[in-house]
Design a protein around this ligand. Structure first.
Ligand SMILES: [Zn+2]
Length: 113
């Protein structure tokens, strides 16, 4: 459960405040990013800066993309993949057992011969 009313009440405060005061500063371009939860982040970049394809949402930490209708897959940062790690771990355990059994069998054969 991420993105409750408590979060909605907070403003995006991390933006470059006072930008307009310093009129002599280099021109900046504001880019909007949206995360999978619908949060909008509007960081601004120097005109000659390289604008990243993704931005980290300041509300929920999910990756945010420039396409509002097509935000980056949130699942990348979820601990969901631990299932795969678990399967891999189990499999390596089984492999380990098989290797051990094979080694023992070879040892017995060698002794028996
Ligand atoms: Zn978000």
């Amino acid at each position: 459960m991420v993105g409750g009313n408590a979060i909605r009440g907070t403003r995006i405060g991390a933006g470059p405040v006072g930008e307009s005061e310093r009129g002599e500063s280099a021109p900046r371009v504001k880019v909007s990013y949206w995360c999978a939860n619908g949060h909008e982040a509007t960081p601004s970049f120097a005109m000659d800066a390289e604008i990243p394809d993704e931005w980290e949402c300041q509300h929920c930490g999910l990756p945010a993309g420039k396409e509002r209708e097509n935000p980056p897959d949130a699942r990348r940062t979820e601990p969901y993949k631990s299932h795969l790690a678990y399967v891999k771990e189990r499999r390596s355990d089984e492999d380990g057992e098989a290797i051990l059994a094979e080694a023992l069998q070879r040892l017995r054969e060698r002794r028996g011969a």
